[in-house]
Design a protein around this ligand. Structure first.
Ligand SMILES: Nc1ncnc2c1ncn2[C@@H]1O[C@H](COP(=O)(O)OP(=O)(O)O)[C@@H](O)[C@H]1O
Ligand SMILES: [Mg+2]
Length: 257
Protein backbone atom coordinates (compact mmCIF):
# COMPACT_ATOMS: atom_id res chain seq x y z
CA UNK A 1 0.00 0.00 0.00
CA UNK A 2 1.21 3.48 -0.75
CA UNK A 3 1.69 6.23 1.82
CA UNK A 4 -1.56 7.82 2.81
CA UNK A 5 -3.57 4.66 2.40
CA UNK A 6 -3.07 3.45 5.94
CA UNK A 7 -3.71 4.79 9.40
CA UNK A 8 -1.35 3.82 12.19
CA UNK A 9 -3.22 3.41 15.46
CA UNK A 10 -0.66 1.88 17.75
CA UNK A 11 1.51 -1.15 18.37
CA UNK A 12 0.64 -4.81 18.37
CA UNK A 13 1.17 -6.12 21.90
CA UNK A 14 4.01 -8.63 22.10
CA UNK A 15 5.41 -7.96 18.60
CA UNK A 16 5.55 -4.14 18.80
CA UNK A 17 4.80 -3.93 15.08
CA UNK A 18 2.58 -1.05 13.95
CA UNK A 19 -1.17 -1.58 13.67
CA UNK A 20 -2.20 -0.30 10.27
CA UNK A 21 -5.81 0.20 9.23
CA UNK A 22 -6.95 0.82 5.68
CA UNK A 23 -7.70 4.54 5.50
CA UNK A 24 -10.41 4.13 2.87
CA UNK A 25 -12.59 1.63 4.74
CA UNK A 26 -15.54 2.36 7.07
CA UNK A 27 -14.51 1.69 10.66
CA UNK A 28 -16.54 1.18 13.82
CA UNK A 29 -14.92 1.81 17.22
CA UNK A 30 -16.64 0.33 20.28
CA UNK A 31 -15.67 0.57 23.94
CA UNK A 32 -17.09 1.52 27.33
CA UNK A 33 -16.72 5.11 28.57
CA UNK A 34 -13.08 5.81 29.37
CA UNK A 35 -11.77 2.86 27.35
CA UNK A 36 -9.94 5.11 24.88
CA UNK A 37 -12.25 5.65 21.90
CA UNK A 38 -11.11 9.26 21.82
CA UNK A 39 -7.53 8.06 21.60
CA UNK A 40 -8.29 5.95 18.51
CA UNK A 41 -10.01 8.93 16.87
CA UNK A 42 -7.07 11.15 17.80
CA UNK A 43 -4.58 8.82 16.11
CA UNK A 44 -6.76 8.72 13.01
CA UNK A 45 -7.02 12.52 12.90
CA UNK A 46 -3.27 12.82 13.35
CA UNK A 47 -2.70 10.61 10.33
CA UNK A 48 -4.77 12.96 8.16
CA UNK A 49 -2.69 16.09 8.73
CA UNK A 50 -0.32 15.70 5.73
CA UNK A 51 -3.37 15.08 3.50
CA UNK A 52 -5.00 18.21 4.86
CA UNK A 53 -1.92 20.26 4.10
CA UNK A 54 -1.88 19.10 0.48
CA UNK A 55 -5.65 19.31 0.03
CA UNK A 56 -6.36 15.62 -0.51
CA UNK A 57 -8.20 14.96 2.77
CA UNK A 58 -11.03 16.71 4.63
CA UNK A 59 -12.35 15.73 8.05
CA UNK A 60 -15.98 16.23 9.00
CA UNK A 61 -17.06 15.64 12.59
CA UNK A 62 -20.38 14.90 14.25
CA UNK A 63 -20.14 14.96 18.02
CA UNK A 64 -23.55 15.13 19.61
CA UNK A 65 -22.19 15.22 23.14
CA UNK A 66 -21.82 18.94 22.50
CA UNK A 67 -18.37 18.64 20.92
CA UNK A 68 -16.80 17.04 24.01
CA UNK A 69 -14.37 15.01 21.90
CA UNK A 70 -13.92 16.99 18.69
CA UNK A 71 -14.21 20.43 20.27
CA UNK A 72 -10.72 19.68 21.65
CA UNK A 73 -9.25 19.16 18.20
CA UNK A 74 -7.32 21.79 16.24
CA UNK A 75 -10.12 23.47 14.20
CA UNK A 76 -7.67 23.75 11.27
CA UNK A 77 -8.03 20.05 10.59
CA UNK A 78 -11.84 19.87 10.83
CA UNK A 79 -13.51 21.18 7.68
CA UNK A 80 -17.08 20.87 8.96
CA UNK A 81 -18.58 19.97 12.27
CA UNK A 82 -21.93 19.48 14.01
CA UNK A 83 -22.29 19.51 17.75
CA UNK A 84 -26.08 19.02 17.72
CA UNK A 85 -28.66 17.12 15.68
CA UNK A 86 -30.05 20.28 14.07
CA UNK A 87 -26.73 20.99 12.37
CA UNK A 88 -25.86 17.31 11.88
CA UNK A 89 -28.86 16.60 9.64
CA UNK A 90 -28.11 19.18 6.91
CA UNK A 91 -24.46 18.14 7.05
CA UNK A 92 -25.35 14.50 6.40
CA UNK A 93 -27.71 15.60 3.64
CA UNK A 94 -24.88 17.57 1.98
CA UNK A 95 -22.52 14.64 2.27
CA UNK A 96 -25.11 12.32 0.74
CA UNK A 97 -25.50 14.75 -2.16
CA UNK A 98 -21.70 14.85 -2.59
CA UNK A 99 -21.50 11.06 -2.61
CA UNK A 100 -24.18 10.90 -5.30
CA UNK A 101 -22.52 13.63 -7.37
CA UNK A 102 -19.17 11.81 -7.18
CA UNK A 103 -20.87 8.55 -8.15
CA UNK A 104 -22.35 10.28 -11.21
CA UNK A 105 -18.93 11.65 -12.11
CA UNK A 106 -17.24 8.26 -11.69
CA UNK A 107 -19.75 6.34 -13.80
CA UNK A 108 -17.99 5.12 -16.93
CA UNK A 109 -14.72 6.75 -15.79
CA UNK A 110 -13.42 4.82 -12.80
CA UNK A 111 -14.43 2.21 -10.27
CA UNK A 112 -12.60 3.91 -7.43
CA UNK A 113 -11.96 7.63 -6.96
CA UNK A 114 -8.51 8.09 -5.43
CA UNK A 115 -8.03 11.05 -3.05
CA UNK A 116 -7.01 14.18 -4.99
CA UNK A 117 -7.39 17.95 -4.73
CA UNK A 118 -10.44 17.67 -6.97
CA UNK A 119 -11.94 14.91 -4.83
CA UNK A 120 -10.39 14.97 -1.36
CA UNK A 121 -11.06 11.93 0.76
CA UNK A 122 -13.79 12.95 3.19
CA UNK A 123 -13.59 11.30 6.60
CA UNK A 124 -16.87 11.55 8.46
CA UNK A 125 -16.12 11.05 12.16
CA UNK A 126 -19.13 10.33 14.34
CA UNK A 127 -18.47 10.27 18.06
CA UNK A 128 -21.14 8.67 20.25
CA UNK A 129 -22.95 7.31 17.19
CA UNK A 130 -25.85 6.03 19.29
CA UNK A 131 -26.81 9.66 19.97
CA UNK A 132 -27.33 10.14 16.25
CA UNK A 133 -29.07 6.84 15.58
CA UNK A 134 -31.45 6.43 18.53
CA UNK A 135 -34.14 8.82 19.72
CA UNK A 136 -34.46 9.62 23.43
CA UNK A 137 -38.03 10.85 22.86
CA UNK A 138 -40.85 10.10 20.42
CA UNK A 139 -40.65 13.58 18.95
CA UNK A 140 -37.02 13.06 17.97
CA UNK A 141 -37.71 9.75 16.29
CA UNK A 142 -38.35 11.28 12.88
CA UNK A 143 -35.06 13.19 13.05
CA UNK A 144 -32.93 10.19 14.00
CA UNK A 145 -34.67 8.06 11.36
CA UNK A 146 -33.75 10.68 8.82
CA UNK A 147 -30.14 10.74 10.04
CA UNK A 148 -29.87 6.95 9.77
CA UNK A 149 -31.42 7.14 6.29
CA UNK A 150 -28.76 9.58 5.08
CA UNK A 151 -25.98 7.58 6.71
CA UNK A 152 -27.18 4.39 5.09
CA UNK A 153 -27.32 6.06 1.71
CA UNK A 154 -23.84 7.57 2.23
CA UNK A 155 -22.30 4.29 3.38
CA UNK A 156 -23.68 2.21 0.53
CA UNK A 157 -21.92 4.21 -2.17
CA UNK A 158 -19.22 6.16 -0.44
CA UNK A 159 -16.27 3.81 -0.33
CA UNK A 160 -15.83 3.81 -4.09
CA UNK A 161 -15.93 7.60 -4.19
CA UNK A 162 -13.54 8.39 -1.36
CA UNK A 163 -15.90 9.06 1.53
CA UNK A 164 -15.17 7.13 4.72
CA UNK A 165 -17.19 6.84 7.93
CA UNK A 166 -15.38 6.39 11.24
CA UNK A 167 -17.92 5.98 14.04
CA UNK A 168 -17.43 5.47 17.77
CA UNK A 169 -19.95 4.12 20.25
CA UNK A 170 -20.08 2.80 23.79
CA UNK A 171 -23.06 0.62 22.96
CA UNK A 172 -22.49 -2.20 20.48
CA UNK A 173 -26.16 -3.19 20.15
CA UNK A 174 -27.79 -3.12 16.74
CA UNK A 175 -30.44 -0.62 17.83
CA UNK A 176 -27.72 1.87 18.75
CA UNK A 177 -25.74 1.33 15.58
CA UNK A 178 -28.27 0.06 13.04
CA UNK A 179 -25.66 0.29 10.28
CA UNK A 180 -23.17 -1.96 12.08
CA UNK A 181 -22.95 -4.45 9.19
CA UNK A 182 -21.72 -1.68 6.90
CA UNK A 183 -18.39 -1.37 8.78
CA UNK A 184 -15.78 -3.85 7.49
CA UNK A 185 -13.13 -2.65 9.95
CA UNK A 186 -13.84 -2.82 13.69
CA UNK A 187 -11.91 -1.71 16.72
CA UNK A 188 -13.09 -2.91 20.13
CA UNK A 189 -11.62 -1.40 23.28
CA UNK A 190 -12.71 -2.61 26.71
CA UNK A 191 -16.23 -4.04 26.78
CA UNK A 192 -18.37 -5.48 29.58
CA UNK A 193 -19.26 -8.95 28.38
CA UNK A 194 -18.43 -11.58 25.79
CA UNK A 195 -21.84 -10.86 24.27
CA UNK A 196 -20.87 -7.23 23.74
CA UNK A 197 -17.57 -8.31 22.17
CA UNK A 198 -19.45 -10.52 19.76
CA UNK A 199 -21.84 -7.69 18.86
CA UNK A 200 -18.98 -5.26 18.38
CA UNK A 201 -16.67 -7.44 16.32
CA UNK A 202 -18.70 -10.42 15.15
CA UNK A 203 -18.40 -14.11 15.95
CA UNK A 204 -15.53 -14.67 13.54
CA UNK A 205 -13.28 -12.20 15.40
CA UNK A 206 -13.81 -14.05 18.68
CA UNK A 207 -12.91 -17.32 16.97
CA UNK A 208 -9.72 -15.65 15.81
CA UNK A 209 -8.86 -14.73 19.42
CA UNK A 210 -10.38 -11.31 20.09
CA UNK A 211 -11.26 -10.80 23.81
CA UNK A 212 -12.19 -7.14 24.40
CA UNK A 213 -14.20 -8.10 27.51
CA UNK A 214 -10.99 -9.33 29.15
CA UNK A 215 -9.18 -6.01 28.81
CA UNK A 216 -8.35 -4.58 32.20
CA UNK A 217 -9.90 -1.30 33.36
CA UNK A 218 -6.44 0.15 33.99
CA UNK A 219 -5.43 -0.29 30.36
CA UNK A 220 -7.22 2.44 28.41
CA UNK A 221 -6.20 2.43 24.77
CA UNK A 222 -5.79 -1.35 24.70
CA UNK A 223 -7.95 -2.84 21.95
CA UNK A 224 -8.58 -5.49 19.34
CA UNK A 225 -8.67 -4.66 15.67
CA UNK A 226 -10.61 -6.88 13.31
CA UNK A 227 -10.70 -6.56 9.54
CA UNK A 228 -13.63 -8.66 8.37
CA UNK A 229 -12.51 -8.56 4.74
CA UNK A 230 -8.90 -9.56 5.37
CA UNK A 231 -9.97 -11.76 8.32
CA UNK A 232 -7.22 -10.48 10.59
CA UNK A 233 -7.32 -9.86 14.35
CA UNK A 234 -4.67 -7.77 16.10
CA UNK A 235 -4.36 -7.09 19.82
CA UNK A 236 -2.80 -3.68 20.32
CA UNK A 237 -2.39 -0.56 22.40
CA UNK A 238 -3.18 2.81 20.88
CA UNK A 239 -0.46 5.44 20.84
CA UNK A 240 -1.25 8.12 23.37
CA UNK A 241 -2.08 11.53 21.92
CA UNK A 242 -2.16 14.33 24.50
CA UNK A 243 -4.83 17.06 24.51
CA UNK A 244 -2.09 19.62 23.89
CA UNK A 245 -0.97 17.76 20.77
CA UNK A 246 -4.57 17.48 19.52
CA UNK A 247 -5.10 21.22 19.91
CA UNK A 248 -2.09 22.01 17.75
CA UNK A 249 -2.05 19.13 15.29
CA UNK A 250 -1.67 21.12 12.09
CA UNK A 251 1.12 23.38 13.37
CA UNK A 252 3.04 20.53 15.01
CA UNK A 253 3.07 18.48 11.84
CA UNK A 254 3.83 21.49 9.63
CA UNK A 255 6.77 22.37 11.89
CA UNK A 256 8.23 18.87 11.60
CA UNK A 257 8.34 18.94 7.81
N1 LIG B 1 -3.58 4.92 24.28
C1 LIG B 1 -3.68 5.29 25.56
N2 LIG B 1 -2.66 5.10 26.41
C2 LIG B 1 -2.75 5.50 27.69
N3 LIG B 1 -3.83 6.08 28.23
C3 LIG B 1 -4.88 6.29 27.45
C4 LIG B 1 -4.86 5.91 26.07
N4 LIG B 1 -6.06 6.23 25.54
C5 LIG B 1 -6.78 6.80 26.51
N5 LIG B 1 -6.09 6.84 27.68
C6 LIG B 1 -6.57 7.40 28.97
O1 LIG B 1 -7.93 7.03 29.17
C7 LIG B 1 -8.75 8.17 29.35
C8 LIG B 1 -10.08 7.98 28.62
O2 LIG B 1 -9.85 7.92 27.25
P1 LIG B 1 -10.90 8.45 26.18
O3 LIG B 1 -10.25 8.37 24.86
O4 LIG B 1 -11.44 9.79 26.58
O5 LIG B 1 -12.05 7.36 26.34
P2 LIG B 1 -13.52 7.30 25.70
O6 LIG B 1 -13.55 8.25 24.54
O7 LIG B 1 -13.68 5.89 25.30
O8 LIG B 1 -14.46 7.68 26.80
C9 LIG B 1 -7.94 9.35 28.82
O9 LIG B 1 -8.18 10.53 29.51
C10 LIG B 1 -6.52 8.91 28.96
O10 LIG B 1 -6.00 9.34 30.20
MG1 LIG C 1 -15.00 9.78 24.07
Amino acid sequence: MTYGDVVELGRVLKRRSPVLLRAGVHTLITGVTGSGKGSIEANWLKSTVPGIHNGTVANWAVDLKGGMEFGMVDPEIIARHAWDITTALPMLKDLDAKVHARTEWARGRTRQIAPSEQFPRINLFIDEAAELCTAPTRELRKTTDEAVGYLDSIMRLSRAVGVVVIAATQDPRQQSVPLRPRFPQRVALRLNTEGESEMALGEEALKLGARPHRISVDRPGEAYFYDSELRVVQHFRALYVTDEELKHLSTNVAAKR
